[in-house]
Design a protein around this ligand. Structure first.
Ligand code: PAF
Length: 276
Protein backbone atom coordinates (compact mmCIF):
# COMPACT_ATOMS: atom_id res chain seq x y z
CA UNK A 1 0.00 0.00 0.00
CA UNK A 2 1.34 3.40 -0.95
CA UNK A 3 0.92 6.12 1.66
CA UNK A 4 0.93 9.79 0.65
CA UNK A 5 0.50 12.92 2.71
CA UNK A 6 0.72 15.49 -0.06
CA UNK A 7 -1.90 16.33 -2.68
CA UNK A 8 0.79 16.31 -5.34
CA UNK A 9 1.96 12.83 -4.26
CA UNK A 10 -1.56 11.40 -4.57
CA UNK A 11 -2.15 13.02 -7.97
CA UNK A 12 1.14 11.69 -9.29
CA UNK A 13 0.53 8.17 -7.95
CA UNK A 14 -3.02 7.95 -9.34
CA UNK A 15 -2.23 9.54 -12.71
CA UNK A 16 -2.53 6.38 -14.79
CA UNK A 17 -4.82 4.35 -12.57
CA UNK A 18 -7.96 2.76 -13.97
CA UNK A 19 -11.34 2.98 -12.23
CA UNK A 20 -10.64 4.44 -8.80
CA UNK A 21 -12.92 3.63 -5.87
CA UNK A 22 -12.57 5.87 -2.84
CA UNK A 23 -13.44 5.32 0.83
CA UNK A 24 -12.80 8.47 2.89
CA UNK A 25 -12.46 7.99 6.66
CA UNK A 26 -11.35 9.78 9.81
CA UNK A 27 -9.36 6.72 10.90
CA UNK A 28 -9.76 4.60 14.04
CA UNK A 29 -10.90 1.91 11.67
CA UNK A 30 -13.21 -0.90 12.74
CA UNK A 31 -14.98 -3.77 10.99
CA UNK A 32 -17.57 -1.32 9.59
CA UNK A 33 -14.87 0.58 7.70
CA UNK A 34 -13.26 -2.63 6.48
CA UNK A 35 -16.63 -3.80 5.11
CA UNK A 36 -16.76 -0.56 3.07
CA UNK A 37 -13.25 -1.28 1.76
CA UNK A 38 -14.29 -4.80 0.73
CA UNK A 39 -17.37 -3.39 -0.98
CA UNK A 40 -15.16 -0.82 -2.73
CA UNK A 41 -12.92 -3.54 -4.15
CA UNK A 42 -15.92 -5.00 -6.02
CA UNK A 43 -16.55 -1.66 -7.79
CA UNK A 44 -13.19 -0.78 -9.31
CA UNK A 45 -9.54 -1.50 -9.94
CA UNK A 46 -7.73 0.88 -7.62
CA UNK A 47 -9.01 1.23 -4.07
CA UNK A 48 -8.01 4.45 -2.34
CA UNK A 49 -8.79 5.38 1.24
CA UNK A 50 -8.06 8.51 3.23
CA UNK A 51 -7.55 9.21 6.91
CA UNK A 52 -8.10 12.79 7.96
CA UNK A 53 -9.74 14.08 11.13
CA UNK A 54 -11.45 17.08 9.62
CA UNK A 55 -11.53 20.02 12.03
CA UNK A 56 -14.12 21.81 9.86
CA UNK A 57 -16.86 19.31 10.74
CA UNK A 58 -16.40 19.49 14.53
CA UNK A 59 -18.20 22.07 16.65
CA UNK A 60 -16.25 24.10 19.21
CA UNK A 61 -17.42 21.91 22.09
CA UNK A 62 -17.01 18.64 20.23
CA UNK A 63 -14.33 15.97 20.38
CA UNK A 64 -11.88 17.08 17.67
CA UNK A 65 -8.90 16.96 20.04
CA UNK A 66 -9.85 13.69 21.71
CA UNK A 67 -11.07 11.91 18.56
CA UNK A 68 -9.23 8.55 18.60
CA UNK A 69 -6.16 8.61 16.35
CA UNK A 70 -4.71 5.15 15.71
CA UNK A 71 -2.70 5.63 12.54
CA UNK A 72 -0.33 2.65 12.86
CA UNK A 73 -3.11 0.13 13.54
CA UNK A 74 -5.24 1.70 10.79
CA UNK A 75 -2.43 1.25 8.25
CA UNK A 76 -2.09 -2.43 9.21
CA UNK A 77 -5.84 -2.93 8.72
CA UNK A 78 -5.85 -1.15 5.36
CA UNK A 79 -2.84 -3.14 4.22
CA UNK A 80 -4.60 -6.38 5.21
CA UNK A 81 -7.75 -5.21 3.38
CA UNK A 82 -5.73 -4.84 0.18
CA UNK A 83 -6.03 -1.06 -0.18
CA UNK A 84 -3.81 0.27 -2.96
CA UNK A 85 -3.24 3.80 -1.75
CA UNK A 86 -3.83 5.71 1.47
CA UNK A 87 -4.04 9.49 1.45
CA UNK A 88 -3.21 10.69 4.95
CA UNK A 89 -2.67 14.44 4.77
CA UNK A 90 -1.63 16.64 7.66
CA UNK A 91 -3.82 19.68 8.29
CA UNK A 92 -1.19 21.81 6.57
CA UNK A 93 -1.44 19.61 3.44
CA UNK A 94 -5.22 19.81 3.12
CA UNK A 95 -5.75 23.28 4.54
CA UNK A 96 -2.52 25.19 3.84
CA UNK A 97 -4.58 28.37 4.16
CA UNK A 98 -7.91 28.95 5.93
CA UNK A 99 -10.63 27.18 3.91
CA UNK A 100 -12.77 30.20 3.05
CA UNK A 101 -14.58 28.63 0.10
CA UNK A 102 -16.94 26.04 1.52
CA UNK A 103 -19.84 23.91 0.33
CA UNK A 104 -23.06 25.07 1.95
CA UNK A 105 -25.66 22.28 1.66
CA UNK A 106 -29.35 23.26 1.56
CA UNK A 107 -31.66 23.26 4.57
CA UNK A 108 -31.32 19.51 5.16
CA UNK A 109 -28.00 20.42 6.79
CA UNK A 110 -29.93 22.11 9.62
CA UNK A 111 -32.28 19.21 10.31
CA UNK A 112 -31.88 16.05 12.43
CA UNK A 113 -28.17 15.83 13.30
CA UNK A 114 -27.56 19.24 11.79
CA UNK A 115 -29.93 20.84 14.30
CA UNK A 116 -27.62 19.69 17.09
CA UNK A 117 -24.32 20.10 15.21
CA UNK A 118 -24.48 23.48 13.45
CA UNK A 119 -22.02 23.66 10.55
CA UNK A 120 -21.22 19.95 10.73
CA UNK A 121 -22.49 19.05 7.26
CA UNK A 122 -20.90 22.14 5.71
CA UNK A 123 -17.57 20.85 7.04
CA UNK A 124 -18.26 17.34 5.77
CA UNK A 125 -19.35 18.47 2.30
CA UNK A 126 -16.38 20.81 1.99
CA UNK A 127 -13.76 18.22 2.88
CA UNK A 128 -15.39 15.51 0.77
CA UNK A 129 -15.55 17.75 -2.31
CA UNK A 130 -11.91 18.65 -1.76
CA UNK A 131 -10.94 14.98 -1.34
CA UNK A 132 -12.92 14.11 -4.47
CA UNK A 133 -11.01 16.77 -6.42
CA UNK A 134 -7.70 15.35 -5.23
CA UNK A 135 -8.43 11.63 -5.68
CA UNK A 136 -10.81 12.00 -8.68
CA UNK A 137 -12.54 8.66 -8.10
CA UNK A 138 -15.19 7.13 -10.34
CA UNK A 139 -16.92 5.59 -7.31
CA UNK A 140 -17.05 6.55 -3.62
CA UNK A 141 -18.38 4.46 -0.74
CA UNK A 142 -19.91 5.87 2.47
CA UNK A 143 -21.52 4.01 5.37
CA UNK A 144 -25.28 4.11 5.85
CA UNK A 145 -24.73 4.57 9.57
CA UNK A 146 -24.24 8.24 8.77
CA UNK A 147 -27.48 8.26 6.82
CA UNK A 148 -27.91 12.01 6.61
CA UNK A 149 -24.28 12.46 5.57
CA UNK A 150 -24.77 9.89 2.79
CA UNK A 151 -27.88 11.71 1.52
CA UNK A 152 -26.20 15.12 1.59
CA UNK A 153 -23.11 13.82 -0.23
CA UNK A 154 -25.22 11.98 -2.80
CA UNK A 155 -27.20 15.16 -3.49
CA UNK A 156 -24.05 17.29 -3.62
CA UNK A 157 -22.49 14.92 -6.14
CA UNK A 158 -25.60 14.97 -8.33
CA UNK A 159 -26.23 18.71 -8.14
CA UNK A 160 -22.62 19.65 -8.82
CA UNK A 161 -22.51 17.09 -11.68
CA UNK A 162 -19.50 15.29 -10.27
CA UNK A 163 -18.80 12.18 -12.36
CA UNK A 164 -18.80 9.95 -9.30
CA UNK A 165 -21.11 7.09 -8.36
CA UNK A 166 -21.98 7.19 -4.66
CA UNK A 167 -22.54 3.84 -2.95
CA UNK A 168 -23.99 3.29 0.52
CA UNK A 169 -22.55 0.49 2.66
CA UNK A 170 -24.65 -1.38 5.22
CA UNK A 171 -24.05 -0.68 8.91
CA UNK A 172 -21.97 -3.33 10.67
CA UNK A 173 -23.16 -4.23 14.16
CA UNK A 174 -21.71 -5.96 17.21
CA UNK A 175 -23.41 -9.25 18.17
CA UNK A 176 -25.68 -7.37 20.58
CA UNK A 177 -26.84 -4.96 17.84
CA UNK A 178 -24.73 -1.90 18.67
CA UNK A 179 -23.70 -0.16 15.44
CA UNK A 180 -19.92 -0.08 15.20
CA UNK A 181 -18.52 3.43 15.61
CA UNK A 182 -15.21 4.99 16.52
CA UNK A 183 -17.03 6.83 19.31
CA UNK A 184 -17.97 3.50 20.98
CA UNK A 185 -14.43 3.55 22.40
CA UNK A 186 -15.55 6.38 24.72
CA UNK A 187 -18.15 4.12 26.42
CA UNK A 188 -17.46 2.88 29.95
CA UNK A 189 -18.14 -0.87 30.50
CA UNK A 190 -21.52 0.00 32.07
CA UNK A 191 -22.44 2.28 29.19
CA UNK A 192 -21.30 -0.33 26.67
CA UNK A 193 -23.72 -2.81 28.29
CA UNK A 194 -26.55 -0.27 28.01
CA UNK A 195 -25.66 0.97 24.49
CA UNK A 196 -27.52 -1.73 22.46
CA UNK A 197 -30.78 -0.26 23.77
CA UNK A 198 -30.54 2.32 20.98
CA UNK A 199 -30.71 -0.25 18.16
CA UNK A 200 -33.30 -2.29 20.10
CA UNK A 201 -35.48 0.81 20.37
CA UNK A 202 -35.26 1.39 16.62
CA UNK A 203 -36.06 -2.26 15.97
CA UNK A 204 -39.14 -1.98 18.21
CA UNK A 205 -40.36 1.00 16.21
CA UNK A 206 -39.78 -0.92 12.99
CA UNK A 207 -41.77 -3.82 14.34
CA UNK A 208 -44.63 -1.55 15.42
CA UNK A 209 -44.74 0.14 12.01
CA UNK A 210 -44.61 -3.28 10.35
CA UNK A 211 -47.68 -4.26 12.38
CA UNK A 212 -49.55 -1.23 11.08
CA UNK A 213 -48.94 1.43 13.73
CA UNK A 214 -48.48 4.62 11.71
CA UNK A 215 -48.78 7.10 14.56
CA UNK A 216 -45.21 8.19 13.90
CA UNK A 217 -45.18 11.16 16.28
CA UNK A 218 -46.23 8.92 19.19
CA UNK A 219 -43.72 6.21 18.27
CA UNK A 220 -40.96 8.84 18.24
CA UNK A 221 -42.08 10.36 21.55
CA UNK A 222 -42.40 6.99 23.30
CA UNK A 223 -38.95 5.91 22.10
CA UNK A 224 -37.33 9.12 23.38
CA UNK A 225 -39.13 8.68 26.70
CA UNK A 226 -37.90 5.06 27.01
CA UNK A 227 -34.30 6.01 26.28
CA UNK A 228 -34.26 9.06 28.55
CA UNK A 229 -35.79 6.98 31.35
CA UNK A 230 -32.75 4.72 31.14
CA UNK A 231 -30.28 7.58 31.50
CA UNK A 232 -29.87 8.60 27.86
CA UNK A 233 -30.12 12.22 26.69
CA UNK A 234 -31.85 11.92 23.38
CA UNK A 235 -31.52 14.57 20.68
CA UNK A 236 -34.05 12.99 18.35
CA UNK A 237 -35.83 9.85 17.26
CA UNK A 238 -37.34 10.53 13.85
CA UNK A 239 -39.22 8.52 11.26
CA UNK A 240 -38.53 9.95 7.82
CA UNK A 241 -38.67 9.17 4.11
CA UNK A 242 -35.49 7.54 2.87
CA UNK A 243 -35.41 9.67 -0.28
CA UNK A 244 -35.12 13.13 1.31
CA UNK A 245 -35.33 12.63 5.10
CA UNK A 246 -38.56 14.63 5.23
CA UNK A 247 -41.66 13.58 7.20
CA UNK A 248 -43.50 10.62 5.62
CA UNK A 249 -46.39 11.35 3.27
CA UNK A 250 -49.48 9.08 3.27
CA UNK A 251 -48.09 7.20 0.25
CA UNK A 252 -44.48 6.94 1.51
CA UNK A 253 -43.25 3.36 1.41
CA UNK A 254 -39.50 3.59 2.02
CA UNK A 255 -38.86 4.94 5.47
CA UNK A 256 -35.91 5.21 7.81
CA UNK A 257 -35.95 5.53 11.58
CA UNK A 258 -33.08 7.69 12.79
CA UNK A 259 -31.87 8.48 16.29
CA UNK A 260 -29.13 10.34 18.08
CA UNK A 261 -28.71 10.08 21.81
CA UNK A 262 -26.02 10.71 24.37
CA UNK A 263 -25.03 8.00 26.82
CA UNK A 264 -22.64 9.61 29.27
CA UNK A 265 -20.13 11.49 27.13
CA UNK A 266 -20.48 9.73 23.79
CA UNK A 267 -23.24 10.71 21.43
CA UNK A 268 -24.39 7.66 19.48
CA UNK A 269 -26.32 7.69 16.22
CA UNK A 270 -28.10 4.85 14.51
CA UNK A 271 -30.82 4.20 11.95
CA UNK A 272 -32.90 1.41 10.48
CA UNK A 273 -34.54 1.32 7.07
CA UNK A 274 -38.06 -0.02 6.71
CA UNK A 275 -40.30 -0.73 3.73
CA UNK A 276 -44.03 -0.52 4.39
O1 PAF B 1 -17.83 9.72 7.85
C1 PAF B 1 -16.68 10.17 8.08
O2 PAF B 1 -15.80 9.48 8.57
C2 PAF B 1 -16.39 11.62 7.73
O3 PAF B 1 -17.49 12.44 7.94
C3 PAF B 1 -15.84 11.81 6.31
C4 PAF B 1 -16.85 11.40 5.25
C5 PAF B 1 -14.57 10.99 6.13
C6 PAF B 1 -15.50 13.28 6.07
O4 PAF B 1 -14.56 13.74 6.98
Amino acid sequence: MQIHASIQGVRQALKNCARIVFVPTMGNLHAGHIALMTQARAHGDTVVSSIFVNRLQFGLNEDFNSYPRTFKEDCEKLEAAGIDLLFAPRESDLYPEPQQYQVDPPDIQNQLDGAFRPGHFRGVATVVLKLFNIVQPQVAVFGKKDYQQLLILRNMTRQLALPIEIIGGETVRADDGLALSSRNTYLTPEERAEAPRLSRTLAEIREAIGKGDHNFAKLERDAMFTLDNKGWKTDYVAIRQQSDLQAPQPDSRELVILAASRLGIPRLIDNLEILI
